[in-house]
Ligand binder design. Structure first.
Ligand SMILES: NC(=O)c1ccc[n+]([C@@H]2O[C@H](COP(=O)([O-])OP(=O)(O)OC[C@H]3O[C@@H](n4cnc5c(N)ncnc54)[C@H](OP(=O)(O)O)[C@@H]3O)[C@@H](O)[C@H]2O)c1
Length: 274
């Protein structure tokens, strides 16, 4: 049997990080070899298994990316945009393991920084690890060929009340797919919210609606509306494990049968199409 793929996790104590850690521990094809926690958290040098209320795995949390990733084939990131950029810089400086980030909410500047770093480090940036969402993105791109003059695009998303950014990274991903296919930037096309005397809907715009509440894991729908009909592409995650499952699919793709992907910026589109 081939050696397990060795994984280090950034942000193991968060909702996504915990799910990915659990999936890595439970999967014979992977081994958890490190995890990075915030220095202020008081959770450094704890056994990662114990931190997750599981059996000890004999591997301690670190505050240093370099130490935690020392023995890793890949780093999976479930932390924050600031931490992602710092970690990417450190991994690139080390010529270290490739980075798979599931974090959302990057500023334009942070995205640019990741793009620059990807010239020397393979980075897979996945606003949503779900394979279904990756396919939805392809379908949205295809549907966006319907003429903007006739078909209005409206995107709605719902997430749990703890989510920090809006619209969700996935809503942005789907909107960018549609805008790109129409040959406009999302910034040009987006109507982020509506209130008061908004006037008539402008042709070619892409509207957003955001709902936050309860424990909803993630729901997205992209509606294409004409005077005569409607086409809706929608996706609903039933269980948070969908993200961990997709993260491991991304890890297998990035590991590339024991090889290493070339430096570059990748997405879940590569995972579902290559
Ligand atoms: N791609 C996907 O499929 C997907 C799915 C779900 C969520 N997400 C995104 O993933 C990110 C995390 O979401 P979440 O719901 O898991 O958030 P969360 O519960 O708030 O977890 C964030 C994690 O990051 C850690 N962290 C914060 N600053 C850090 C630092 N400087 N160094 C190391 N770790 C640090 C936190 O540690 P403390 O506990 O010590 O603060 C915590 O473990 C968000 O951007 C979210 O939108 C993506």
């Amino acid at each position: 049997m081939s050696e397990p793929i060795k994984i280090t996790i950034l942000g193991p104590t968060g909702r996504l990080g915990r799910a990915i850690c659990g999936a890595v521990i439970d999967h014979a094809g992977f081994e958890l070899v490190g995890a990075v926690v915030r220095s202020e958290s008081g959770l450094a040098q704890k056994d990662i298994g114990a931190l997750l209320n599981r059996d000890e795995i004999g591997c301690l949390t670190e505050v240093s990316v370099e130490l935690a990733a020392e023995n890793a084939d890949l780093v999976i990131d479930a932390s924050t945009p600031e931490m992602t950029v710092i970690a990417a810089e450190r991994l690139a400086a080390l010529a270290g393991p490739a980075l798979i980030t599931g974090v959302t909410g990057f500023t334009e500047k942070q995205n640019e920084r990741l793009e620059n770093i990807s010239a020397t480090l393979p980075i897979l940036r996945a606003g949503n690890f779900s394979l279904g969402v990756a396919v939805a993105e392809t379908l949205v791109r295809q549907a966006a060929t319907l003429p903007a003059r006739e078909w209005d695009i409206e995107i709605s998303e719902t997430h749990h009340k703890h989510k920090a950014d809006a619209p969700s990274g996935t809503a942005l991903l789907l909107a960018k797919a549609a805008a790109g296919r129409r040959g406009v930037s999302l910034e040009e096309a987006a109507i982020w919210s509506r209130e008061g005397q908004t006037g008539e809907r402008e042709i070619g715009t892409i509207g957003f609606a955001v709902t936050r509440g309860g424990s909803v894991i993630g729901e997205h729908s992209v509606r294409f509306l004409s005077e005569l009909e409607e086409l809706t592409i929608s996706h609903r995650a039933f269980d948070r494990s969908v993200f961990a499952h997709g993260a491991l699919e991304a890890a297998s793709w990035m590991f590339n049968n024991g090889g290493r992907r070339e430096p570059g910026l990748y997405s879940m589109q590569n995972v579902v199409t290559d």
